[in-house]
Write a protein that binds this ligand. Sequence first.
Ligand code: GSH
Length: 308
Amino acid sequence: MTELILHHFDLSPFAEKVRLMLGLKGLAWRSVEIPMVMPKPFLTALTGGYRKTPVLQIGADIYCDTRLIAAELEARFPHPTLFPFGQRGLTMALAAWSDGSFFEPGAGLSMGLNKRGLPEAVINDRKAFFNFMDFDNLEREIPHLTTQFRAQADLVEQQLADGRAFMQGDIPGLADIHAYFPVWMARGNVPIAGQIFASFERMQAWEARMRGVGHGKRTEMSAEDALAAARASGAPPGLGVDAADALGLTVGVRVAVVPNDYGKDPVVGELATLSLYEVAVRRSDPLVGSVLVHFPRIGYRVVHEYNK
Ligand SMILES: N[C@@H](CCC(=O)N[C@@H](CS)C(=O)NCC(=O)O)C(=O)O
């Protein structure tokens, strides 16, 4: 089996989601440290322009976005499952809450309360990147963001109210990872996190259990070795295009794949897979050879690029 290579940085909350998925499944993986800000020349050589963190590489398959990474890990390593109570649809849907309603006020607090301590380069980069943040007014927004973040965290406390150990029962799953990552981010970056979470006793005990999930078996790898692994593998064939898809595209046409939300850098390539679950494009780069770059279908726009 080809190695799992995670391109990430330690402080990244979305990467923490994937590290916990790897931990929950008890997997061994290679860790490639990427820069926190652009440029990210090795990462974008693999992805064709997608710069978000994290990205999972398996040979010449490049998986972008935590939604698709969760589905791919589940497909390749079904046991133990990320969906222990048969709640797959609901749990996947919960990503919208986790990555949006819960993450966004937490990210606003992290930026607003750390603004003066953060390197200029990070502030300028995130200012252009996080279009959901009113960057220039963040300090004034702190009371509002605090109420929003605390009310979302209280949903976790409510879910644990009957004394259960995890969100859906006695074992952890992706639902816990969704609920945990904004809390993890706040613990690391929001100086008033202790105050915000003080009355949430069940949540705090659950946090300790979540830390116990761990990160699986991590070993470091250089970016150069990761690129060499892609070159050595060569891009696999895609899965083809769903004929019923409303976009009416065919295999091999040139398309751009663009996130709907923020960081809207397009990735252009030849369409190889288009299903209800994912879109994958084939592209090549002298550093990585021919690769297949995969995105979840949810949250991404696929645009036909008429050959110029
Ligand atoms: N929808 C993406 C969001 C990823 C995301 O926004 N990651 C943040 C870091 S935690 C990011 O990319 N920040 C800018 C960067 O790392 O360059 C996912 O689920 O993977």
